[in-house]
Design a protein around this ligand. Structure first.
Ligand SMILES: [Zn+2]
Ligand SMILES: [Zn+2]
Length: 257
């Protein structure tokens, strides 16, 4: 199995040394795809970018059948073409497209939720996601559909499928139509509510024609690599989805644990 979502020190918010990541992944018997952050035109006024030439120079020599180099791009309509240019320029194995900001607001920032209802902010989040998955036709997988649930400030932060079905179904339909896949981000799977709700989301994905998922821990520390992978496996079994990873932008099947 491959952990397809890992941030090392090229990402502005991670200090993980590749060496420690390699050591830990070897110990637990997982392969890795590194996916450093690229968030252009971020609402904070800065670009979260990294030196991609240096990334390939320094990490390229470790590439193998179970070590790949990818990227996680923050999708916003305002930087579609800049992102496309970067993706076309480098030999990434894998591209995650994620929503970290919507309508000029940083999902991570508590101020985004002040004075606004859950319905308002979450619908904005999902409508950005719909717009971006339609336009970002060069991604491989949609990252952490439940990202907003990590940082929202409501009593109930879950993206209940029945509550946002209209949006979630549209996101899924575009992904299926464009032959992209969804990621199972394992970060929140040890939360029972999150786990149960995500089963509804991935069941809908299956029902609407989805077949494949990538699985990623979103680790920013070596010891978090492979976190909750057993739970992701269980979601694959329950929802009848096949886990995959990408190498040279091509989908490869993985076997369950
Ligand atoms: Zn992310
Ligand atoms: Zn990430």
């Amino acid at each position: 199995m491959i952990d397809s979502h890992i941030h090392t020190e090229f990402s502005a918010d991670s200090e993980m040394k590749l060496y420690n990541g390699l050591e830990h992944s070897r110990k637990i018997g997982l392969g890795m795809t590194i996916t450093e952050h690229l968030d252009l035109k971020f609402p904070t006024g800065t670009d979260f970018a990294f030196d991609i030439d240096k990334y390939f120079n320094e990490y390229g020599k470790y590439k193998s059948s179970n070590f790949m180099l990818g990227i996680e791009i923050g999708m916003q309509e305002i930087c579609l073409e800049e992102n496309r240019t970067i993706i076309n320029k480098y030999p990434f194995d894998y591209i995650i497209g994620s929503i970290h900001a919507s309508n000029g607001a940083d999902i991570f920032n508590p101020k985004t939720y002040q004075g606004k209802t859950k319905k308002e902010v979450f619908e904005q989040y999902f409508s950005s996601m719909v717009d971006c998955v339609k336009q970002y036709d060069f991604i491989d997988s949609l990252g952490h559909i439940d990202y907003i649930s990590r940082y929202a400030t409501y009593n109930d932060n879950e993206i209940h499928y029945h509550e946002f079905k209209e949006y979630i179904d549209e996101v899924i339909k575009v992904i299926v139509y464009n032959e992209k896949v969804m990621e199972i981000n394992t970060r929140r799977l040890n939360n029972v509510d999150a786990y149960n709700n995500l089963i509804d989301v991935y069941s809908a994905y299956k029902q609407l024609g989805g077949k494949y998922v990538t699985i990623g821990s979103d680790a920013h520390h070596a010891e978090d690599i492979g976190n909750n992978f057993m739970l992701a496996n269980r979601i694959c079994e329950i929802c009848n989805l096949k886990p995959v990873y990408f190498k040279n932008r091509k989908m490869e099947l993985m076997s369950l644990f």
